[in-house]
Ligand binder design. Sequence first.
Ligand code: SAH
Length: 369
Amino acid sequence: MKSSPVSAETRSPVDLLGLNRPALEAYFARLGEKPFRARQLLKWVHGRGVLDFQSMTDLGKSLRARLEREAVLAPPRLVRAQESRDGTRKWLMELADGNRIETVFIPEERRGTLCVSSQVGCALNCAFCATARQGFSRSLSAAEIVGQVWQAHRLLPEGKITNVVLMGMGEPLLNFDAVVVATDLMMDDLAYGLARRRVTVSTAGLVPAIEKLAQVSDVSLAVSLHATTDRLRDELVPINRKYPLAQLLEACRRFIHSPRQQGRKITWEYVMLDGVNDSIADARRLVKLLSRIPSKINLIPFNPFPGAPYRRSDAAAIARFQRVLQDAGYLTTVRRTRGDDIDAACGQLVGRVRARSRPRPRVPMEAAG
Ligand code: SAH
């Protein structure tokens, strides 16, 4: 764990749920306590799911009383739980300010993936995503991000969560510090103990943040690519106007060759839009673009939502596209649509966005951000 502590002094009372190990050690040091208190607290809160300081019997009576006065442990409140016919679960959670976010759990035969939100709404305005339609309210705190894992851990049988992906609402790399702290906790043996390969941050392509991430975190990276030319990507993923493909690919190449990422691959997400980005020529361009980057590719059949201007590519087109990538040697999977009967599939999460800023109108060549 090499992350630096986050400042606990700015908020009072401090929410200890959102402090990673170094930050908790710094917190206890300020109280005149030994660093091992941090390990004890991590085990109680994340390992055992205990939020009541009085139950933390090995902390000592006076420390417990002090924590009760000066600190809180406040995960998002569970408002609604839904279960899909395929077993996918979706939880609606409410934050202290009344905003609501969604968290999804996707059970598979040999793994269980928790899909976590990083912001309330999203500011990136991707053309094919329902979250974009709601506008943006704010970033989540580290406590609100890891609090989703805390809730899911409590709601599911032990050991069910094997993977966490930051693929819910929001752009994780626009909430950099909180995402790094929260994912540190997911990977900390005393908290959720997930392997580094099994905690994935997904980004629409914020180049400077990708560079920074390589230096401070062990998480794995997924990139929402969706197009193989700047012209199309400018339209589908407007942040591309700021960080075009050549810059993005170069940042990803450096990221995956950085010391913390040894032996790993970048996951490329590619939404399959009928007649828009699903031709053989697109597949061939994709092969070329990724040629110097250890990569695996995840094709996502488009999930429609009311008013969406796209259709899902048909199965034959997806299979054809996949074959070109596989023939070029790329591990290429097609994401099975899960939970769409409860609007839990990719790009369908909405929650409730308070005090939102309106999404910008979608004019194809408008300059982004
Ligand atoms: N902002 C981050 C995290 C969101 S991840 C990112 O862009 O990566 C959600 C994934 O689902 C992204 O790959 C996104 O592009 C994809 N997605 C969004 N809307 C979708 C839709 N309607 N159908 C299928 N995939 C969608």
